[in-house]
Design a protein around this ligand. Structure first.
Ligand code: PLP
Length: 388
């Protein structure tokens, strides 16, 4: 019996096209997947099928981004999430139980600090913060209750570095899961798993995607850890939309070429800033003047696109520079093709007390620069005129 066109429009032209072999994994814009029979669904339930059930569990486009991240981080497995913070909550709430202790570097992204201080203790997890100096000798920080150690290197926004091998091996010796936020370095410049870390976290919003048009997060590590966190992500619900996963996968294909220019531009600008009398200090791990230069050289192949510097005139001078920028955009976030400038005390560390700022190594005159892919001479000219 012929069916009504408004019935047919729902069913015609859908599903896979078996004769097409696309070069790129398409966007599987579907929340659910079709089965042929009850036996098919049964096989899926037994784990005896390569079918898909529901996009919150798994989606082929999302998996494409996960495969690429696992390759880049030389990990057994990876998952992507709806934001960097979703990756962080998935990892922390997926790995910790009431009564456990978390050791966290005090030099981490402000959002991570806020999540830990405002939410984790409500679930009976004890948190201890450690300075970078304390992380230099991690053994005494860990005890039988410590389950996870969370750190960043280079850290946001100071670009201070921790000795990743040392932290990771102390964690292994104490049965503690080490987690490194590798957002600033990217897997192009730093391979934390090869240095002994158990789990790598990313705000994929940044360099991994690279075009300031996707909010995403990621975790990479062993099958055992990622399988557990995949379950946590599925049940917490912080999954990445397939369209965003497509854009992220595309971004990761050009990570290497983008990072080459981010790295070289940032090094040139950091060197220029170092010779500037209007600048009190420059924090870039690729400069011999950086306090952690030796550590950075021992674990990074290049030093990334992030620079932090402190204006000699303090907060007022930082604001003046910020207001006068003409090419560099006044915006938070980082890792995109266009250069961005932010003042940490107004963004990632907004509302922090003087003591908290001091612990994080942040000052009121600090300027953070995410160096993009413009020509370095144009960026230097913009900074020069903005400081005039
Ligand atoms: N980690 C670092 C180092 C970050 O800079 C950010 C965001 O700025 C995050 C984590 C959180 O990521 P998202 O904003 O994608 O949730």
């Amino acid at each position: 019996m012929p069916r009504h066109p408004h019935t047919e429009v729902l069913h015609q032209g859908e599903g896979a096209c078996d004769s097409a072999m696309p070069l790129n994994r398409p966007i599987y814009a579907t929340t659910t997947f079709v089965f042929d029979s009850a036996a098919d669904v049964e096989a899926f339930g037994r784990g005896d099928s390569d079918r898909y059930l529901y996009s919150r569990y798994a989606n082929p486009t999302v998996e494409s981004a996960e495969v690429k991240l696992a390759v880049l981080e030389a990990a057994e497995a990876a998952i992507v999430t709806a934001s960097g913070m979703a990756a962080t909550t998935t990892a922390l709430f997926g790995l910790l139980s009431p009564g456990d202790e978390l050791v966290c570097s005090s030099s981490v992204y402000g959002g991570t600090l806020k999540l830990i201080t405002r939410w984790l203790d409500r679930f009976g997890v004890r948190v201890r913060f450690a300075t970078l100096e304390e992380l230099g000798d991690p053994g005494p920080l860990l005890n039988a209750k410590t389950k996870v150690l969370w750190f960043e290197s280079p850290a946001n926004p100071t670009l201070r570095c921790a000795d990743i091998r040392q932290v990771a091996s102390a964690c292994r010796a104490h049965g503690v899961i080490s987690v490194l936020d590798n957002t600033f370095a990217t897997p192009f410049n730093q391979q934390p798993l090869a240095l002994g870390v158990d789990l790598v976290m990313h705000s994929a919003t940044k360099f991994l995607n690279g075009h300031s048009d996707v909010t995403a997060g990621a975790l990479a590590g062993s099958h055992a850890v990622i399988d557990r966190l995949r379950d946590a992500r599925t049940l917490f619900g912080g999954v990445l939309d397939p369209a965003a996963a497509y854009a992220l996968a595309r971004g990761m294909k050009t990570l290497a070429v983008r990072m080459l220019l981010h790295n070289s531009n940032a090094l040139r600008i950091a060197e220029w800033l170092s010779g500037e009398r209007r600048v009190a200090r420059v924090f870039y791990p690729g400069l011999p003047s950086h306090p952690d230069y030796a550590i950075a050289r021992g674990q990074m192949t290049a030093f990334g696109g992030m620079i932090c510097f402190e204006m000699a005139g303090g907060y007022d001078a930082a604001c003046r520079l910020f207001d006068r920028l003409a090419l560099v955009q006044r915006a938070t976030s980082l890792g995109g093709v266009e250069s961005l400038c932010s003042l940490p005390v107004l963004t990632s560390h907004y509302g922090f007390t003087d003591e908290q700022l001091q612990e994080a190594g942040v000052t009121r005159g600090m300027v953070r620069l995410s160096v993009g892919l413009e020509q370095a001479d144009d960026l230097i000219a913009d900074l020069d005129q903005a400081m005039a």
